[in-house]
Write a protein that binds this ligand. Structure first.
Ligand code: SAM
Ligand code: SF4
Length: 327
């Protein structure tokens, strides 16, 4: 690295922005939006012009990677334009997207043409009925087809996100491992996180990533040495597997010490942590300030970032569900 000017008061460096483009979603994941999407904010989402201001200011501060997220980002009709705008901004080297993959097939080629480099698809179960129970939609086949399409389109990285849940997918480990046997994808198990809306569900379903770590190490998987600023995921490789397995364990000790990401919501709020109590409204400044001023404002706000979340103490800040911010 790194020309980042985004260093917080704990000497963490930030080169990665997660930019949410909508909080709406077409799925009803049981841990996120079990009753489906209910709008809570009547303001419009960030416009292309506002997104350009955000991206330019972060790029000037040294952000090199942007991940577009949501809600479900593919619901935005102008997503390919947003991608082209991000990718043509000086300094932005890598453009990634996180999606539930439902209906992405018709658009994926356009997204790649617009500059998309990396795709994360969320697949919490490889059993069609369990997938339906989790997401509210019988769409596993379509999402699996999106994985194959992403590989064949030659995206630089294809990742699968699976949220671990005791009674839903914790018994599918062998199928998940088989899935990466011949596919060059990174499958990442994410520990279920508590939010304002899912407290009872969290108590019933949370599984620690340590059980997966032990299983991987007992079966010949080796942790890949991580670069400085690689972020909080631990990645495992195995000589007999084309793909890799990642673990994201937000409840583990020191998880926040390697935090390398900042977040902007679809309404232009800067979230210094996924589980912060407060956020900072950038929107009023997006059109009125020039890129230098906005970049300076962002650097100043960063100094308020706390050392760590307090999820272990059952405190998820003001985050009701992750569709609000983008995960
Ligand atoms: N809709 C898109 C999707 O599902 O991929 C993007 C937004 S979603 C909020 C981003 C990621 O956060 C998904 O992989 C989802 O599974 C994960 N997620 C949502 N709520 C979560 C929770 N409470 N704990 C852990 N992961 C969660
Ligand atoms: Fe939608 Fe993603 Fe939340 Fe599922 S996890 S409800 S797909 S935003």
């Amino acid at each position: 690295m790194q020309n980042t000017q985004l260093t917080d008061s704990y000497q963490r460096q930030f080169t990665y922005l997660r930019l949410s483009v909508t909080d709406a979603c077409n799925f009803r994941c049981n841990y996120c939006l079990p009753d489906g999407y209910c709008p809570t904010n009547s303001e419009p989402y960030l416009s292309l012009e506002e997104i350009q201001s955000v991206v330019s200011a972060f790029a000037l501060n040294g952000i090199r990677k942007i991940r577009l997220t949501g809600g479900e980002p593919t619901l935005r009709k102008d997503l390919a334009e947003i991608m082209a705008l991000c990718k043509s901004t000086t300094g932005i080297e890598t453009l990634a997207l996180t999606s539930n993959g439902y209906r992405i097939n018709k658009q994926l080629k356009h997204y790649v043409d617009a500059g998309l480099d990396q795709l994360n698809l969320s697949i919490d179960s490889l059993v069609p009925e369990t997938f339906r129970l989790i997401t509210g939609h019988n769409k596993l086949t379509e999402v699996l087809m999106a994985v194959e399409q992403a590989i064949s389109l030659g995206l630089k990285k294809v990742k699968i996100n699976s949220v671990l849940m005791r009674e839903y997918n914790n018994n599918e480990m062998q199928s998940f491992l088989n899935f990466v046997k011949d596919r060059p994808v990174s499958l990442r198990f994410i520990e279920l996180m508590q939010t304002g809306d899912n407290q009872a569900f969290f108590k019933q379903q949370h599984v620690s990533g340590y059980s997966i770590q032990t299983m991987l190490e007992d079966n010949g998987w080796l942790a890949i040495l991580r670069e400085a600023n690689a972020g909080p995921a631990i990645e495992y490789t195995h000589p007999n597997y084309a793909g890799t397995i990642g673990l994201i364990m937000p409840y583990s000790k020191n998880f926040c010490a390697s935090c390398n990401r900042l977040r902007i919501s679809s309404h232009g709020n800067m979230h210094l942590c996924l589980f912060a109590e407060e956020h900072h409204k950038l929107r009023p400044h997006l059109i009125n300030e020039d890129t230098e001023q906005l970049a300076k404002r962002i650097r100043e706000l960063l100094q308020h970032k706390g050392a760590a979340h307090s999820l272990q103490q059952g405190n998820s800040g003001s985050t009701q569900h992750l569709a609000m911010i983008g995960g």
